[in-house]
Design a protein around this ligand. Structure first.
Ligand code: HEC
Length: 108
């Protein structure tokens, strides 16, 4: 039987569900859990930590570069933009990440 109160509680549920659906992406973005658009993959956390210090990693995620151009970009960050020199392992991990998941062949 459809009663006023059952309609009302369905409506409440609907409003709540919509609120949750709308709020989730926002809260994820605010918490920085979306890694500024960096695609998932090995080395993402290291890359995020190193590159998010000065600018949004959206700036990184929108690029599609060959490995040697990524190398030049890292050198440029260090030589001209004031990034601390990465240690050997960290640099290798970041370069592997960038040239695997943000290569010229990665679809946009
Ligand atoms: C110490 C600060 C700093 C850090 C750390 C840093 N960057 Fe940057 N980056 C900059 C600045 C400043 C610019 C803007 C340079 C300009 O456009 O003149 C920039 C710009 C860029 C751009 C945009 C280039 C373009 O063509 O517009 C890319 C790509 C980039 N950085 C990649 C990286 C990556 C990858 C990392 C992490 C390994 C990183 N950055 C870490 C300071 C930094």
């Amino acid at each position: 039987m459809i009663t006023y109160s059952s309609v009302l509680s369905s409506l409440k549920f609907l409003v709540l569900a919509l609120a949750v659906v709308h709020f989730l992406p926002l809260s994820t973005a605010l918490a920085g859990e979306d890694y500024g658009g960096l695609p998932p993959g090995k080395g993402r956390q290291t890359t995020y930590d190193a590159c998010n210090a000065c600018h949004s990693t959206m700036l990184v995620a929108q690029q599609r570069l060959a490995r040697d151009i990524w190398e030049e970009t890292l050198d440029w960050m260090v030589e001209e933009q004031g990034m601390d020199e990465l240690d050997h392992d960290e640099r290798a991990e970041i370069l592997d990440y960038l040239s695997t998941y943000l290569s010229e062949d990665t679809p946009r």
